[in-house]
Design a protein around this ligand. Structure first.
Ligand code: BTN
Length: 324
């Protein structure tokens, strides 16, 4: 473990540790400890109090993600669908890590979680703000024996699977914005990014990436660029991220089999009851144009139905924004 990781692991007990005590414990100089603290603050966005005479202390207590804790909270039958879980401290993007760096030969069932992403990827090339230890950044690799058309509803099915997980945690009032944003009181709670490799006729290797705001702490709306909410705000208290990861992974794993067998149909009714855009005036943004219309729900393949000048058409791409 390098100095940055080791300093953070020691500080995660929530107590003060002086620079010299940390240096001694890790057999490095005080300057090396100071450098590690700078990196944690500036690059990983960890808030650390530095008090003269007392040392360093985490400003907000931290429970780190732990692979064994997550695994033990998943039912054995569901767990058997997982091949491997990796918990990384810092990575550019868990999606990219799986796409480019995952051990060869691993297919369905590789799950990668990270405490921090330096280049978290959002939809449409956006950056996903990923401070250390606050949220959930999770990617799951899955192989589907389906063609491209059959796969088109997958991102909606994933969004439903995540709402099922939240319902298990008694969070029921989450809405969906096509195709797969989870919103609470019109603020973004969770985003999903699917990245795929394969031939049009299949099979497909799909990386399912999801980022959920759990306890954003001091992150500002300007950094995120849109109204957002975290689970701490919704629940009024902290939620154990290991438990959350286990519940979400369990629902995702079950959804994978359901989708491979039956496509979007087992998810449609739930998606429709949570559709925030239904019968609302919306704008569908494309790189080169904007289409206005009234959202009329989704079709059986998960396409957005948009009514414009009295005609309803299905759309498979684009970014929806609600107009009030
Ligand atoms: C969105 O823009 O709504 C999608 C955000 C998806 C973010 C997650 S975080 C884990 C995974 N790794 C990434 O780089 N992106 C996804």
């Amino acid at each position: 473990m390098n100095t940055v990781n080791s300093v953070l692991r020691i500080l995660s007990d929530g107590r003060f540790h002086s620079g010299s005590a940390l240096g001694e414990a890790l057999s490095v100089s005080r300057a090396a400890v100071w450098k590690a603290v700078q990196k944690l603050q500036q690059e990983w966005q960890v808030r650390i109090n530095a008090v003269p005479g007392r040392g360093y202390q985490l400003a907000v207590p931290l429970t780190l993600l732990d692979k064994d804790t997550i695994l033990s909270a998943i039912a054995p039958q569901t767990r058997s669908r997982l091949q491997e879980i990796q918990v990384l401290w810092s990575v550019d993007s868990t999606n990219r890590y799986i796409l480019n760096q995952a051990p060869n030969g691993i297919g369905s069932g590789l799950a990668v979680l990270a405490e921090h992403q330096s280049a978290g990827r959002g939809r449409r090339g956006r950056h996903w703000v990923s401070p250390f230890g606050r949220n959930l950044y999770l990617s799951l690799l899955w192989d589907f024996e389906l063609d491209a058309a059959q796969l088109s509803g997958l991102s909606l099915a994933i969004a439903v699977a995540i709402t099922r997980a939240l319902s298990k945690l008694e969070i029921n009032d989450v809405m969906l914005k096509w195709p797969n944003d989870l919103l609470w009181q019109e603020r973004k709670l969770c985003g999903v990014l699917l990245e795929m490799k394969g031939e049009a006729s299949g099979p497909w290797q799909v990386v399912i990436g999801m980022g959920m705001n759990v306890n954003m702490d001091s992150i500002t709306t300007e950094e995120i660029g849109q109204p957002w909410v975290d689970l701490k705000t919704i629940l009024g208290q902290n939620l154990d991220r290991n438990k959350l990861a286990a519940v979400i992974l369990s629902e995702l794993l079950e959804a994978m089999d359901q989708f491979q067998d039956s496509g979007l149909s087992p998810f449609l009714a739930e998606w429709r009851t949570r559709d925030i855009c239904r019968d609302q005036l919306v704008e569908l943004h494309f790189p080169d144009k904007v289409q206005q219309g009234i959202a009329r729900g989704i079709d059986l393949n998960g396409a957005l139905l948009l009514e414009s000048e009295g005609v309803v058409k299905p759309y498979h791409a684009g970014e929806v924004s609600l107009r009030y």
